[in-house]
Design a protein around this ligand. Structure first.
Ligand code: NAD
Length: 373
């Protein structure tokens, strides 16, 4: 079977679905790999390295032809509906593909008889951890969030004892202590900041503490839903949370927000009133800016400076800002999911496997039942 990795076409997407390091795992499994020329350049992998690893390099002018004859297509962003419609019936794709925002692509995949896997839907069970691209990419985003905050801040993060006097450490507050939040906490701690964090899931308290940060307990109703994710909250609960968080925000030099609720726009956690009392020069990093924003006034891909001198950095394509390792981890996730269905050089999805059943959106010319609401 032949795998094709097209170059990513979306602006701001610097990752690649396969890095040279993982090619041998696929060739050993009996698969042939072709990659579009230049596909890895932004993540630091040249055509030469791919060729050395055993991949065939396809000229950009031949990409559409190779795509339409491929058995397996691996990408980071989903293919466009037009590209899905050109795939051969029975082809398999693996990429991010949201059942909420990717309806056109999903329809096109179903119509073309493609089996389209979505990495967003890989279940968060221990057997699937090595395929969990949401986690690997959130890890990159959380790390980057702390570094961006440190760079934008006019203050040191660590405590410093100098001949000229003592520098007090920065206070960093992280809202949302899932994968990205915990990585932001760990990174800010490594830089020496004093970190506190809040999450609606009380089970995150121990993880926050194990990173050397303080968990803020607002004594509010817990909102732990299915699969360890947060549930949406009532407006009354949200208003109380905002009121209780305000004094914590006021005394922070850096605020990093990472809150998300699966399948919904990001919850608005922080209003302009809540950050109005932060000191001039304070920094807010909103990792959820692309999906609606946790912070009032944040704009994805921009740094907004408020009237009182607070910088709000709105995240856009954040894992892509660390393209080498984001691609390297993503590639491993993709390969592990793919190898789950490969036997004797042939990929055959077994729908009795819960990972396959949960993550395949389309198969056999239709959208699989219950996959798109
Ligand atoms: P996510 O990206 O969906 O959300 C980020 C965080 O925001 C979550 O911790 C969530 O509780 C929090 N949040 C949502 N609304 C909030 C609000 N109004 N105020 C404050 N915080 C709010 O979550 P994620 O990082 O993908 O992880 C969610 C859960 O899944 C965690 O429990 C994580 O440990 C778990 N997980 C399990 C596995 C596994 O078992 N394989 C893998 C990854 C993550």
């Amino acid at each position: 079977m032949r795998i094709f990795v097209p170059a990513e076409t979306r602006r701001g997407e610097n990752r690649v679905a396969l890095v040279p390091d993982v090619i041998s795992k696929l060739t050993r499994a009996g698969l042939n790999v072709a990659i579009e020329s230049g596909a890895g350049v932004k993540s630091g992998a040249s055509d030469h390295e791919y060729a050395k690893a055993g991949a065939e390099i396809t000229a950009a002018s031949d990409a559409e032809k190779t795509l339409s004859s491929a058995d397996l297509v691996l990408s980071v962003q989903p293919l466009s509906p037009e590209r899905f419609s050109r795939l051969q019936s029975g082809a398999i794709t693996i990429s991010f593909l949201s059942p909420v925002t990717g309806k056109e692509q999903i329809d096109a995949a179903a119509k073309a008889g493609v089996t389209a896997f979505s990495l967003e839907l890989v279940p968060r069970i221990s057997r699937a951890q090595s395929m969990d691209a949401l986690t690997s990419q959130a890890l990159c985003a959380g790390y980057r969030a702390a570094l961006v905050a440190a760079e934008l801040s006019p203050r040191f993060f660590p405590l410093l004892m100098t001949a000229a006097g003592t520098v007090t450490p920065a206070n960093v507050l992280v809202l949302g202590a899932g994968v990205a939040g915990l990585q932001a906490i760990a990174t800010a701690r490594r830089l020496g900041a004093v970190v506190s964090a809040y999450d609606v899931r009380p089970s995150s308290a121990d993880e926050v503490k194990s990173m050397g940060a303080t968990f803020i307990d607002l004594q509010l109703e817990a909102l732990e839903g299915a699969g360890g994710y947060a549930r949406e909250m009532t407006e009354e609960r949200a208003a109380r949370q905002r009121e209780l968080l305000k004094p914590h925000i006021a005394k922070s030099h850096v605020l990093i927000t990472t809150a998300a609720v699966p399948g919904r726009p990001a919850p608005r956690l922080v209003t302009a009133d809540m950050y109005s009392e932060m000191a001039e020069g304070s920094v807010i990093v909103d990792l959820a800016a692309e999906s609606g924003g946790n912070v009032e006034g944040s704009k994805a891909g921009e740094i907004v400076t408020t009237g009182n001198g607070i910088k709000i950095w709105g995240g856009k394509d954040v894992p892509s800002q660390l393209p080498f390792h984001a691609s390297s981890l993503y590639s491993r996730n993709v390969v592990n999911l793919l190898l789950l269905m490969v036997k004797d050089g042939v990929a055959t999805p077994d729908f009795s496997d819960e990972i396959i059943a949960a993550s395949a959106l389309t198969h056999g010319g239709a959208i699989r039942e219950g996959m798109v609401k």
